[in-house]
Design a binder for this molecule. Structure first.
Ligand code: ZN
Length: 328
């Protein structure tokens, strides 16, 4: 007779990928599936996709019992309702998670910002173990953070107490962010902003007519192109990357200045794919910092940081979240 396997469902709703995994209560991934995040449909399209994949994963275990669901998602959030409102990085803009998932699976569902999930994972099983003050930052399609101060998870009135991507870094170039504001960190240095920023710089460029410059002028210089040109010594790419190093160093330093963490863990595709770039950023952070320098590192949880965090949100929901999202 097969033994009952107790599981939680962990979900990472990213700008690009939707990752769904089944974990056992020891924090091990049993089954995982990654698909493109739906960008068209209605308020329930993403929840229905999670339901389809979740059921498929549950079906692979002969006697699985689902205990709860944890979701880390792109924001911004209405945390009480567990839904996403006005997301700059998904054309759907708004979608519901907590209500439909609770109804479809008939278990408690907890929804937090993706970086909040990740910092919870770092705190319990990652680089933040044994510390009381931790920040997780993602450098990805967007830029965001999850923050724990004095062992207290920061959420805010709507669940957006840590939207560091909208820290104002540049008041000269007047670049408009996906959120509507001006000069935000994310509007210059996020994966989705880099081609636009490079185009702006290319229009005023008086240097060499390089391959990176030509691509940038056409609005086509994606982050992966930029970093590859940079490594090959392209002078335009080097100039752009120099800016991005300063912008990211100033952003990370601002986070350190505000939250006074012991550990800052950085994840997200831009950071994880470009450790050489990150090393230069980390070196420059110190110049902007007022507090004693924290331990500054790439996340040891890698690509699964949000997913692992979401599993622990499901298994050991933070008390700060339980106050906001009742599951009766
Ligand atoms: Zn913004």
């Amino acid at each position: 007779v097969a033994k009952v396997v107790e599981t939680v469902l962990a979900v990472d709703v990213g700008a690009t990928n939707l990752r769904v995994a089944l974990f056992d209560l020891g924090g091990n991934i049993l089954h995982k599936e990654v698909v493109r995040t739906p960008t068209a449909g209605d308020d329930y399209t993403i929840a229905r996709e999670i339901y389809r994949i979740g059921n498929k994963l549950l079906g692979r275990i002969s006697k699985a019992r689902l205990m709860s669901i944890g979701v880390g998602t792109i924001g911004p959030l209405d945390i009480r309702k567990g839904e996403v409102i006005n997301a700059p990085n998904n054309p759907l803009r708004r979608f519901k998670l907590k209500e439909p998932l609770t109804r479809m699976f008939n278990v408690s569902t907890y929804v937090v910002n993706d970086c909040v999930a990740a910092v919870w994972g770092e705190y319990l099983v990652g680089i933040g173990r044994g510390y009381s003050n931790i920040v997780y930052i993602t450098l990805s399609t967007g830029i965001g953070a999850g923050v724990i101060v004095d062992n207290h998870l920061l959420l805010g009135k709507n669940g957006n107490a840590h939207e560091v991507g909208h820290i104002v870094i540049d008041f000269k170039r007047r670049i408009r962010c996906g959120c509507g504001g001006l000069g935000h960190w994310e509007s210059i240095a996020s994966g989705s902003a880099i081609p636009r920023y490079a185009l702006l710089r290319a229009r005023k460029w008086r240097g060499e007519n390089t391959d990176a410059f030509k691509k940038a002028l056409a609005g086509l210089l994606r982050p992966e192109d930029l970093f590859s040109f940079w490594r090959n010594g392209d002078t335009f790419a080097r100039s752009i990357v120099r800016d991005l190093i300063e912008v990211n160093a100033a952003g990370i330093a601002s986070v350190i200045n505000v939250y006074d963490p012991e550990v800052v863990s950085v994840g997200g595709s831009i950071a994880l794919k470009n450790p050489d770039f990150m090393k230069l950023i980390f070196k420059n952070v110190r110049r902007y910092v007022t507090n004693r320098m924290p331990k500054l590192t790439l996340t040891p949880l890698g690509d699964d940081a949000v997913l692992i965090g979401a599993a622990y949100i499901a298994m050991r929901p933070p008390k700060e979240l339980l106050k906001l999202q009742c599951n009766s």
